[in-house]
Design a binder for this molecule. Structure first.
Ligand code: SF4
Length: 393
């Protein structure tokens, strides 16, 4: 089941012992505690016992089918557990199995995902569900090779799904375990995201797995990182592996893990133009469109949004939109400014009223006018939804 043998071939030549209890691989240093069978046994026993007493009651832990674990793992990528819980429950109500997900309208799927971000995850799940229907008779596959072959599934996710649902002996490495394993072995000299460190941590993750209950071990290690061995000020005094942890023994918990690559944020200004169809205050309709393939938030709906770097004013944004629509557009007063972040951009979204000239045809599809009640039913970008709520208030 494991693909780990081929991955392990990528691990650099075996680390050589430099002195008792320490190994060094180039710049990388760590304590070789994990190569000691007694240490591993003790760590597993303590960690699993702690998990049995302290695991959070999360909805996807109550019934660990492959489908439910898959949905939870995809939703939890880049997203806090507390945020995911209501989304997970709504998603499972709407799509209780692979067949219903495969048959879903993309708009409904994106609507249920609205606000969770990273919408590519939802589209990949949709594609994966269709693939499972076509190639696996509607049954979620159980081999590592077949699971990792699904859209949106990488080595971590495949290992997590199969180990948590089936207790398959497959390692995992994500943000929490990267930090926890780094501390257990006092990884020094390189950030855990650098390739040699990553290879070493995957090897450690695999070596630490017990023969039975591998999924519980993986979840326990992640849970320890989430609840106890947190990035800042880990709670070593209540930690179940206190006394086995090399970073703690060396007094290096503040330094380990090394610096993770920090995102360099770039400030930018973008514009959204609110264009109302003039049919009275009661039934106002607003120009919106579905974002085409390849665009930011593909498949969602949005007000006219101008994101080009060069735009310095609402008037320039209106000119740009005018060229896109083939109708003259005039920017009006500013309604609000919204601050939000997309990947590495910190965006100041200037929201202005705007009007269309009567010198041309109505904007062509995919543009259309929708009432606020109709917009309510459309999957929107988060800031698009905020604009709609502002217009309705
Ligand atoms: S002893 Fe401290 S640093 Fe080590 S795993 Fe526990 S909480 Fe983390």
């Amino acid at each position: 089941m494991s693909r780990s043998s081929s991955d392990r071939q990528a691990v650099p030549a075996k680390s050589g012992k430099t002195q008792a209890g320490k190994t060094q691989t180039g710049q990388l240093q760590h304590d070789a505690v994990w190569q000691d069978a007694d240490w591993r046994r003790s760590l597993r026993r303590r960690l699993l016992h702690w998990f049995s007493q302290n695991a959070r009651d999360l909805p996807w832990r109550r019934d660990t089918t492959l489908y439910r674990v898959w949905v939870s793992e995809i939703m939890c990528q880049q997203t806090q557990v507390a945020t995911v819980i209501p989304y997970f429950e709504r998603f499972l109500d709407a799509f209780p199995d692979i067949a219903s997900l495969a048959a879903a309208e993309e708009q409904k799927l994106l609507g249920l995902w609205e606000g969770l971000g990273y919408y590519r995850r939802a589209r990949s799940m949709h594609a994966a569900a269709k693939k499972i229907m076509e190639q696996h008779g509607g049954e979620f596959p159980e081999s590592f090779e077949e699971v990792i072959d699904l859209p949106g599934v990488g080595r971590y996710t495949a290992g997590a799904i199969l180990s948590i649902s089936r207790q398959a002996k497959l390692p995992i490495l994500e943000g929490n375990t990267q930090r926890v394993f780094s501390r257990w072995v006092a990884l020094r000299g390189a950030a855990p995201v650098e390739p040699p460190a990553t290879r070493l941590l995957w090897e450690i993750a695999e070596t630490l797995l017990p023969r039975k209950r591998a999924g519980d071990f993986n979840q326990a290690a992640m849970e320890l990182g989430a609840l106890v061995c947190t990035p800042k000020q880990p709670a070593c005094d209540i930690c179940p592996v206190n006394g086995l942890c090399a970073a703690q023994a060396r007094g290096l918990t503040a330094e380990i893990p090394g610096k993770l690559s920090k995102i360099k944020y770039v400030d930018r200004t973008e514009f959204a133009l609110v264009i109302a169809q003039a049919i009275g205050d009661e039934d106002r309709q607003f120009l919106v469109r579905q974002i085409p393939a390849g665009g930011r938030w593909e498949g969602l709906w949005d007000f006219p949004r101008l994101t080009e770097d060069a735009l310095a004013s609402a008037d320039q944004a209106a000119d740009q939109l005018s060229r896109e629509l083939g109708v003259s557009v005039s920017a009006g007063s500013r309604l609000t400014v919204m601050k939000h972040a997309v990947t590495r951009y910190r965006i100041s979204l200037q929201v202005h009223e705007a009007t269309l000239g009567d010198d041309g045809e109505p904007p062509p599809a995919p543009w259309k006018y929708c009432s606020l009640a109709e917009i309510e039913q459309l999957p929107m970008s988060v800031t698009g939804r905020q604009i709609a709520q502002m217009l309705g208030s």
